[in-house]
Design a protein around this ligand. Sequence first.
Ligand code: G
Ligand code: G
Ligand code: MN
Ligand code: NA
Length: 250
Amino acid sequence: LRLEAELGVAFQRNEIFVVYQPIVDVATGAIVSAEALVRWQHPTRGLLSAGAFVPSAEASDIIDELGEYVLRTTCLQMVASGTRLPVAVNLSPRQLRSGRFVSILQRILSDTGLAPELLALEVTESVFMGTGTHLLDQLAAIRAMGVRVVLDDFGTGYSSLTYLRGFDVDGIKIDASFTRDLPHSRKVAAIIRTIGRLASDMNIYVVAEGVETEEQLHWLRGNGIAFAQGFLLGRPDGRLLDGEARTGTT
Ligand code: G
Ligand code: G
Ligand code: MN
Ligand code: NA
């Protein structure tokens, strides 16, 4: 459609913004991190979720500009709020295609002064498909800066275990399509338990996404999954970082 064309001006009109969804420690209920999610307050279509326009942005070069905007905005808001929560930003595979991403990231961190350890980048398993000039080098360079790399939508890719073997990540996020079937599906229960043990053996952390019910949370708590994210624990909104800054000063 013409969404890509409209996106170009949307930045200048401040229609693009970022919301934050909490990631919670399953054992204590404490918010330990957050995921940044992009939104578009469109002049005629209303509030658009990422799913409504990120795919069209990804079909063109505008994803580079969108990705850079989201990353810079998130880092700026983190610094402005004084948050100590690490925040994860989604990275489109296409942003690694040009080979310029590592220097863009370096630039944003030095411009904003954000501690690299407070930033994580979520990459989907599709990052390993297709082109990827020096993909592994770029991911290694990102981690060498102190920025975390997390494998998003884990389990839905073409060859999840091969990806885990092929490069080093700091964490994995179990896709919401698995969580949805808890606690009733014995198959899914076995899969999630196994992912939890795998992560633990590899010394990486694991987040279950899409947690919507107390039953699911209870199951995760009893089955060694340390972190969870989902509507039960908090909707994405703009106030998470502000709220954290307030509690930090009172
Ligand atoms: O927020 P929503 O439920 O609409 O997200 C839909 C999809 O868009 C998710 O897969 C999410 O990871 C992705 N997404 C959300 N924000 C961003 C972003 O800033 N960049 C990229 N590349 N993807 C995003
Ligand atoms: O692909 P990714 O994991 O980045 O997708 C994150 C998206 O999932 C966010 O845009 C968010 O709106 C959505 N989301 C977060 N929690 C839940 C949930 O509990 N249920 C559902 N259906 N979607 C969720
Ligand atoms: Mn994500
Ligand atoms: Na996901």
